[in-house]
Design a protein around this ligand. Sequence first.
Ligand code: SAM
Ligand code: SF4
Ligand code: SF4
Length: 338
Amino acid sequence: MSNIEPCPELIWFATNRCNLNCIYCCNSNDPDNLNELSTEEARELIEQVADFSKYFVIIGGEPLLREDIFELFDYAHTLGLPCSIITKGTNMKKIWAKEMAGKNVLVNIALDALSRDICDKLSRREGTCDKTKEAIDTCLKAGILQGITCTLTKANAEETLDIMDFAAELGVEGCWMNLRPQGRGMEVYRELALMGHEFEEYLNNFYRRAREINKRTGLNFYVYDPIYCRILSQHEDQTSRICGMGRYLNVKANGDVIVCLFADLKVGNIREKTLKEIWSEVVSNRFFNEIHDPKNLKGACGECAYNYICGGCRVRAYQLTGDWFASDPVCYLTQVST
Ligand SMILES: C[S@@+](CC[C@H](N)C(=O)[O-])C[C@H]1O[C@@H](n2cnc3c(N)ncnc32)[C@H](O)[C@@H]1O
Ligand code: SF4
Ligand code: SF4
């Protein structure tokens, strides 16, 4: 076990509690289920992450709702573990931003639209858009704004292209999370997901805008979706796949360990086993290796010339078809050939 490669990144759902109620939220776990890791358990988790991982990302729920979060930032900082959070920032305070700056915590803020109407509707809370923009300003001034993120849906697709310019003007990069059929995301998926040619057109527009911004500013923008790797490889050299299933670990609020942010594929619980033990089982697991081998893919994805670089989102294929190795139904190439 001592010879295994370290886990490159660990994402922790610090809490299921949230002050918003986004219609697409992948974390629809019961917010009142307070079977959260205690402060002591969270400190142990941080020790383990510092021991065998390079990067700690804290999400939720709303991570800043955890009462002990600053104590935990402090502990990660003491152990030399780089740490960042993803938040909509609607409860951000200037004093917190200063404190985070002192502990080297970087902040990624999720802004779904520049217009109040769309942003507030997606989060189902009036005032989200204004408060999120305020948080962006606060974090920028405190020097801790790492980037902007957003969840890409049909409702905000057009506006997300303008968010790229907005972020570039602030001098930060962006990673867009394409809507996945997970949690409440499953309930709205058919209505809100960009599919087939519509998604293809969006990705090409995104690519053109990202390219233009990059030439001008050197900043990078990315869509977290394997199909975007195909788009990149059609325009330039792209050699790495982004599907992280089984390539990093996520710890849920109750200590369950899952292998993809968007799949409830449980591989253990940190209350029962160490992260290292769980990680060593994951890296040697046959299924997690088979899923990344393009030779095992079926249908259009199996025959696709880009499957070595894309391979489709395996979790999405499973959630929408019931087969982990099926073609990814979101790609236009799988639609024309079936
Ligand atoms: C689960 S949230 C938690 C952190 C914080 N509350 C927020 O909304 O940014 C982390 C990221 O997941 C993304 N996300 C949430 N639901 C999603 C879904 N169904 N599909 C894709 N991304 C999703 C959001 O973009 C968010 O930035
Ligand atoms: S996406 Fe984030 S802000 Fe929205 S409900 Fe989920 S955890 Fe809360
Ligand atoms: S057919 Fe499958 S492997 Fe090819 S680009 Fe589309 S999703 Fe990716």
